[in-house]
Write a protein that binds this ligand. Structure first.
Ligand SMILES: O=P(O)(O)OC[C@H]1O[C@H](O[C@H]2O[C@H](CO)[C@@H](O)[C@H](O)[C@H]2O)[C@H](O)[C@@H](O)[C@@H]1O
Length: 392
């Protein structure tokens, strides 16, 4: 795959196929799919969106509904526990949902069968996937045991973090230099210097904090000044609404309303939308109790996954199995890219039923950790079995 880009609209284009025999690859490919079962659409979390993902009209009730539904609140979950009937109904709904999105842990055997003989590449979202969702975005630390699990996984498989945060911030949280990092929803990628991707526009050779040579790809670099300005305007416009937090994620801005009184949510949305009227080159999307302002470019986490696979020289290999684990709406772009052509496998982290392009599910970050640990054990035992079989 060739990746051509300019600062306003990166475009993906196909080029000549990689010589498989040179790479020593097997010709056959086992598609990654999971069983599908009849599923009631009434169980999905429906968040109204336009086709392009932009929520435009803040006067529409859809805005407020989307804001309410954008993340399961702790209050709601505690109430469920207090109320046995509601809790069991929620449980039944979740179990039913799992027929369509089987647990990657409970279906680990089936997953391992798909993965047999394949080279796994791991893509991990950060917030809500490696760290639990907390009220203060600056305190979304991952546990030491999670860090250890990610570190061990990265010893077995190429591993990248793909986050909405700025790349520096997510690196600060994860703190593992052996990983690749993509911040700002994939618009700021620090990846390996391996392939033709180094020649792309907006792609420059650089060195990481350890002095290692890396490839820095920033398809939205032309937006840096604008993002700085819109960040300052958003801080100013929302400063009198208690609980609002505006976060500068370098190539995008997050306006958090998690700690804002619900009666003021509409006001937050109206003010953000008001500022954005002055910036037609920016768009608004919705995350977990957060409004995200980002450049209108054809780039997302899915494109970042493909870019990293290409940089690793693995985008055309049939024996490669990319796995993406994420919890957020923005992760759906990556799930879709992997689902297309059975490229790989998405795992949605969610404690409530949600429509997704992922194949599997995990309930929360603690299950993500368990899954990563299982992957490592499986990989090591397969390697051992292979060595023994060769000796016999
Ligand atoms: O792509 P991600 O790594 O999942 O980042 C998405 C956003 O995550 C952060 O916000 C979310 O997590 C916070 C901490 O748990 C929580 O307080 C907030 O309500 C969530 O939306 C981050 O602060 C954002 O900048 C990211 O865009």
């Amino acid at each position: 795959m060739d990746l051509k880009s300019n600062h306003s609209s990166p475009v993906l284009a196909e080029t000549s196929p990689i010589n498989k025999s040179r790479l020593g690859l097997r010709a056959n490919s086992v598609p990654c799919s999971a069983p599908s079962a009849p599923f009631s659409s009434g169980l999905y979390l429906i968040v109204p969106r336009k086709k392009n993902g932009i929520l435009e009209d803040v006067r529409s009730p859809a805005w407020l509904d989307a804001m309410k539904l954008s993340s399961p609140s702790a209050k709601l979950m505690a109430n469920d526990v207090d109320n046995d009937v509601v809790a069991s109904e929620a449980d039944v709904a979740y179990q039913t949902w799992m027929l369509k999105y089987p647990s990657a842990l409970l279906s680990f055997g089936q997953f391992a069968n798909y993965a047999k003989g394949k080279r796994i590449v791991l893509f991990l979202d950060y917030d809500g996937t490696l760290s639990p969702i907390v009220e203060d975005p600056d305190h979304a630390f991952m546990s030491e045991t999670m860090r250890e699990a990610v570190k061990k996984a990265a010893e077995c498989f190429p591993t990248a973090i793909i986050s909405g945060r700025s790349r520096d911030k997510v690196f600060e949280f994860v703190g593992l230099p052996e990983l690749y990092y993509a911040g700002s929803h994939g618009m700021d990628i620090m990846g390996p210097v391996k392939s033709s991707s180094n020649d792309h526009t907006n792609s420059i050779r650089s060195t990481d904090k350890q002095g290692k040579e890396v490839n820095l790809f920033q398809p939205a670099s032309g937006f840096l000044t604008m993002i700085g300005k819109v960040f300052a305007s958003l801080v100013e416009a929302t400063k009198d609404i208690e609980g609002v937090m505006v976060e500068n994620n370098k190539f995008c801005v997050s306006v958090h309303y998690r700690n804002v009184d619900e009666k003021n949510w509409k006001d937050v949305a109206a003010r953000v939308s008001g500022i954005l009227k002055e910036y037609p080159q920016l768009r608004l999307t919705h995350g977990r109790k957060v409004l995200e302002v980002r450049p209108v470019i054809d780039w997302d986490k899915g494109k970042a996954v493909m870019f990293l696979l290409e940089s690793l020289g693995l985008s055309k290999c049939e024996d490669v199995l990319p796995i993406y684990i994420g919890d957020d709406r923005t992760d759906e772009d990556a799930f879709k890219v992997l689902r297309e052509g059975n490229r790989g496998c998405g795992i949605l982290v969610s404690s409530i039923p949600k429509e997704s392009s992922a194949y599997y599910s995990l309930r929360d970050p603690s299950e993500v950790k368990e899954f990563l640990n299982s992957l490592v054990i499986w990989k090591k035992s397969s390697a051992l079995r292979y060595t023994i079989e060769r000796r016999i």
